[in-house]
Ligand binder design. Sequence first.
Ligand code: ADP
Ligand code: MG
Length: 364
Amino acid sequence: MMKRNKLMAILLCCVFVFGGCSEKREAAQQMLSKYSEKDLHEMTTFAMDTVMQFTIYNEDGEQLLIDAEQEIRRLERLFSVTMEDSEISQLNQQAGEGAVSLSKDTFQVLKRGKEIGELTNQAFDIAISPVVKAWGFTTGGEKHVPSLKTLESLLPLTNAKDLQLNEIDATAQLLKKGMAVDLGGIAKGYTSDAVTALLKEKGVVSGLFSLGGNISAIGRKPDGKKWKIAVENPLDANDYVGLLEVEDCSVITSGGYQRFFEENGKRYHHIIDSKTGYPADKGLLSVTIISKDGTKADGLSTALFVMGLEDAVRLWRNSHDFEAIFVTTEGKVIATEGAATFFTFEGRDNDFKFETVKREGGVS
Ligand code: ADP
Ligand code: MG
């Protein structure tokens, strides 16, 4: 039940496709070709309850990785629900009592969480914590199926609209006693954006990192080729259903196969349908989101998993800032039209079927 990496970064060869204007392209390539294997720096660390791995190409790589780790620890100290003095813990402790002042990052992550909630008709619910805790997820204790009565009493406390944010003085308030915020579905995406920004600002042009399987790519590999990222087979962690070739974006997967427990022979996972209080069960095994916006990719991977394929595709058709790969319980691997242009399906041997969904409504 240990969390496993959902996506493996595989450094394979691929065709070099030029993009953008030629001058910009040349400048980027010159910067990249400066680097080789001797500038490769790697780090593995444990934070935010998961394994984090970094690969960057830079002459100052060692120091840059220390900076990246410090940034992650700084955000963890703000966002953690297990550290009692984190800003999120303080907000939760003050539920129903009053507002708390927040740092820029905590305010921003809550604001983005609320926005993604609105975009997904609250399938993404930043205030889901009371229900998640009732299942024993995030508490560190025994996991069990809560009674229907317990869930019914907790659901009214999970309305993100009762999390009030005041931009002017950067404060937040949970209006009802018993409410609590849970950043588990968004914190790693937000952190990946922060780390990407920090590393780019310090001159990194080539890197790849995984925050517990949430992958972020900076630029391309030093040889100018795109990064290859595997989309894991949700039924077998040692296998994958296809490969994505990407640059400068985040690739984030949510699935019911990552954290779960079993009771009376039935499996219960950690992504909760905020309408019912039970683990989401809408015919999906996993959702992978590809976007320049890592925060959004993290929130949406969780939300679209809760929503199910039909509503997820409808939301994608109305959006223009992400692409997605869905793996369904019926054994289909479905790519959105944009994702299909940089995804190679490799699940045939395991009886997966591949389809794409079009912007205009067709399936092929
Ligand atoms: P992971 O953290 O395993 O990468 P997700 O990004 O999908 O996976 O986040 C799952 C976590 O988000 C859960 O552990 C829980 O803390 C929280 N969560 C569960 N259900 C929801 C939901 N409907 N909306 C927002 N957050 C949720
Ligand atoms: Mg998520």
